[in-house]
Design a protein. Structure first.
Length: 160
């Protein structure tokens, strides 16, 4: 397991560039809302802790993880953001729907990173169980939202 022995919330602010001027977008899936809200909170709190001003954090909601790509694209085209974090949670069910959604959203976010000059950070949990999602959204493995926030700052300031 990739998160075994690692806390997703750990970071060192001293390793980051100044984030006080950054504008960061967060596009949040409403599906599995308890999980995605916890991821959003982890990302938001980390961004603020690292110097991003609250007024420079823009949140948009979309119905599900599959819609994250479109929401991120619309935000990239209409808002002056330095990076976007796509926040979602897909939990395996009894059908192959899980595989199609996970593949679609991961490919979609990859495509945004190729098409646009602003990074879109993948903060979509793809878990087998709800407990795994809880463990990675503020539970025993920390919060993937915090990890995504650090990635957003690093990618937005890449080359500085």
């Amino acid at each position: 397991m990739a998160t075994e022995g690692k806390n997703l919330s750990s970071y060192n602010k001293d390793e980051l560039h100044d984030a006080s001027e950054l504008r960061i977008g967060l596009v949040v899936s409403e599906w599995n809302g308890e999980i995605t809200e916890a991821l959003y909170q982890g990302a938001r709190e980390t961004l603020i802790d690292c110097g991003v001003l609250e007024i420079n954090i823009i949140r948009w909601n979309v119905p599900g993880s599959f819609e994250l790509t479109f929401g991120c694209k619309k935000m990239l085209r209409s808002q002056q953001v330095d990076a976007i974090i796509a926040i979602g949670s897909v939990i395996r069910g009894e059908t192959s729907h899980f595989d199609f959604v996970c593949q679609g959203v991961s490919q979609g976010i990859k495509d945004l990173n190729v098409q646009f000059d602003k990074p879109t950070i993948f903060c979509v949990l793809t878990d087998d169980t709800e407990q795994q999602a809880i463990d990675r959204s503020g539970g025993k493995h920390g919060n993937k939202g915090a990890e995504a926030a650090i990635a957003a700052i690093k990618m937005a300031t890449l080359g500085q």
